[in-house]
Design a binder for this molecule. Structure first.
Ligand SMILES: [Zn+2]
Ligand SMILES: [Zn+2]
Ligand SMILES: [Zn+2]
Length: 234
């Protein structure tokens, strides 16, 4: 008997409104996050709670900057009433999809710039290069599979239809995608250790952090957590 209502169905494909042509721009599409009417965040400095301002496909949490003290949200800011948020650290992640799932992953990766408060979604890139082991296994499977099919065909005179069915069986390899927090915010700040970063995992998808790939990008560049120089534009 909850009074809460989804203001949007979570994790569903975006359907652009047919009213105007400009509505197809990502900034007019809904946030991919499972937001509620009362989803909000709290300023880490003055403890004021704020509703989300204009969340969209481009800014999944809108712009998170305190209207009272001017501070942008960071890792210490609480987010209220958004289901499944898991804080993360690091810049590089891998997502492994369930067998037979071609992707893209439904796990969401979000960061909020600690300089200006703009929120961002990071999209996954398909990792096309299979591991040597994986390739070997694939080859083994293929030849073994073909041999089996031929043997069965000879013995049982299986129809071509049935053979095709067997050949089209989904791959038993989990597809791999990579997510990197390596794109600059509009204010030219890269995601740093102070920035608020989180994931919302989709069922059946495995997320792993890539370790040992620390680059110079982990060092905050021009990190200005005060964000006082930034104007309040979205
Ligand atoms: Zn504040
Ligand atoms: Zn920024
Ligand atoms: Zn930062």
């Amino acid at each position: 008997m909850s009074m809460k209502q989804f203001n949007q169905p979570p994790l569903t494909p975006q359907t652009p409104s047919p009213t105007t042509s400009s509505s197809t721009h990502p900034s007019h599409l809904r946030s991919p996050l499972p937001l509620w009417e009362d989803s909000s965040w709290k300023c880490w400095r003055c403890n004021t709670a704020h509703p989300l301002e204009h969340p969209s496909a481009v800014r999944p949490l809108g712009r998170m900057r305190c209207r009272l003290c001017g501070k942008a949200a960071h890792y210490g800011s609480d987010i209220m009433n958004i289901d499944g948020i898991i804080p993360i650290e690091g810049e590089q992640f891998m997502v492994s999809l369930p067998i037979g799932d071609a992707g893209p992953p439904r796990t969401l990766f979000v960061w909020v710039c600690c300089r200006c408060g703009r929120s961002h979604v990071r999209h996954a890139k398909n990792v096309n290069v299979p591991t040597e082991q994986g390739m070997e296994r694939e080859c083994e499977k293929e030849t073994l599979g073909k041999r089996l099919i031929n043997a069965v065909k000879k013995l049982a005179h299986h129809s071509d239809e049935q053979e095709e069915e067997q050949l089209n069986e989904p791959s038993e390899v989990r597809k791999l995608f990579k997510i990197a927090f390596d794109k600059e915010c509009k204010c030219h700040q890269l995601a740093c250790e102070t920035c608020l970063k989180f994931k919302i995992e989709a069922e059946g998808e495995w997320v792993a952090q890539e370790i040992g790939q620390k680059s110079s990008r982990t060092i905050p560049r021009n990190c200005n957590c005060d964000g006082d120089m930034e104007e309040m534009e979205r």
